[in-house]
Design a protein around this ligand. Sequence first.
Ligand SMILES: [Zn+2]
Length: 113
Amino acid sequence: MLLIHCPYCKSDLPELEFANAGEAHLVRPADMSDMSDADFADYFFVRDNPKGVNLERWRHAHGCGRFFNAVRDTVSDKFLKVYPAGEPRPSDAEVKALLEAQAEGRKDGGSGA
Ligand SMILES: [Zn+2]
């Protein structure tokens, strides 16, 4: 079973307690009334779906109920980092270091979690 670390409850808990809430760090347009329908549809409906590292929003739905962000590798389904909502997105260098740490864990036979 996949365990997810809640940054508020400070414990690893079964994934069944959590709900994915989509892409993290979306920036709401300052004035949506100026947007074209195509631009609004792009903002509202279109999301990145890369293979590899994703910055995602999650909610501890059956626990504290709070939202947090996560860096998750969609290839290995490992959570590389979780952090409270409102904290800035990790830099590219930090994400690269997280991936390297995960790869080293795999070489050592560790779970990488
Ligand atoms: Zn929690």
